[in-house]
Design a binder for this molecule. Structure first.
Ligand code: AMP
Ligand code: MN
Ligand code: MN
Ligand code: MN
Length: 284
């Protein structure tokens, strides 16, 4: 069974519409998919319908922007009830932060001589959230940078001149939202945070102690050599292992959908106690 529990659509910063993303996943051989857009669940209804049509399993998902000790950490929520009010209110607050940040980023870019970046980024955003990815696409389209990577290196990455910090949700509150909505919280791409293993272990321990369940052992957003490190970390902390391409659209990840390697031996898969009846909505 191919599980892919981390992916993006045009509801956030992916380039495929939810239904197209699901069709792509099905064509690539994914059996169970989660759509995990940044701070928004608007794509889930369309994606669930497409999954039912394609005969693949579907799990509700979201990728939440959180702060731990001043660092940006992404937490994936899976199998929650999207109608949960506290969760939706929390996500709405994060989207307000995004709107505010977008204006601030555009002002910084303007000071660097790049005008109308907010309009430019918004033209790529689907209306629900505006992401640094949308700014990067705009910067690339107008020839300020050659690649998305360069946009982050020169302007948008942490500490770069157009980077603006946000007061995202704390780890405990984020896990609380997901859990109260009946879902499971998972640390996204742990290999991406440029933390020492000691720091990462501390963060993951706190995450577990507030009710977090899993850690992405296999992710399209971390290096292949991170797999064994994260498998060992998950085992030591009693976290379950999750897998996800972090797919954002054609040609943008080292792991294509439907091509994720199997979990290393000794990992307890996140879905071990899920009873997957295909197709499904949420975690039964
Ligand atoms: P945001 O959530 O708006 O702060 O934007 C973060 C998103 O930017 C991530 O989810 C990635 O999709 C994208 N991103 C971050 N770093 C890079 C990079 N170096 N190259 C391309 N995309 C990136
Ligand atoms: Mn993204
Ligand atoms: Mn992420
Ligand atoms: Mn992601």
């Amino acid at each position: 069974m191919q599980y892919d529990l981390h992916s993006h659509s045009t509801a956030s910063d992916g380039s495929l519409a939810p239904a197209d993303l699901v069709r792509h996943a099905a064509a690539q051989g994914v059996h169970v998919l989660a759509l995990t857009d940044h701070d928004v669940t608007d794509g889930l209804v369309e994606a669930a319908a497409a999954a039912a049509e394609q005969g693949i399993g579907f799990v509700t998902g979201v990728e939440i922007s959180t702060l731990w000790q001043g660092r940006l950490i992404h937490i994936v929520g899976l199998g929650f009830d999207p109608a949960n009010t506290a969760l939706q209110q929390g996500l709405a607050g994060l989207r307000e932060q995004r709107q505010w940040r977008a204006g601030q980023m555009a002002a910084r870019l303007e000071r660097l001589g790049i005008v109308d970046a907010l309009e430019g980024a918004n033209a790529y955003a689907n209306g629900q959230i505006v992401s640094r990815t949308h700014f990067a696409r705009h910067l690339q389209a107008v020839g300020q940078v050659r690649t998305m990577e360069e946009a982050f290196k020169r302007y948008l990455g942490e500490g770069k001149p157009a980077f603006v910090g946000c007061d995202w949700v704390g780890l405990a509150d984020c896990v609380g939202w997901i859990t109260a909505a009946g879902g499971q919280a998972v640390i996204a791409h742990p290999g991406r945070y440029q933390m020492t293993l000691t720091k990462l272990r501390l963060m993951a321990t706190e995450f577990r102690d507030v009710g977090g369940i899993g850690l992405e052992v296999i992710s399209g957003s971390q290096r292949p050599e991170d797999v064994s490190t994260m498998a060992e970390l998950a085992r030591r902390l009693g976290l379950r292992a999750s897998v996800g391409s972090d797919y954002h659209g054609p040609g943008q990840a080292w792991l294509q959908m439907g091509r994720l390697p199997p979990l290393p031996k000794g990992c307890e898969p996140l879905w071990g106690d899920w009873t997957v009846a295909l197709p499904l909505q949420g975690r039964p």
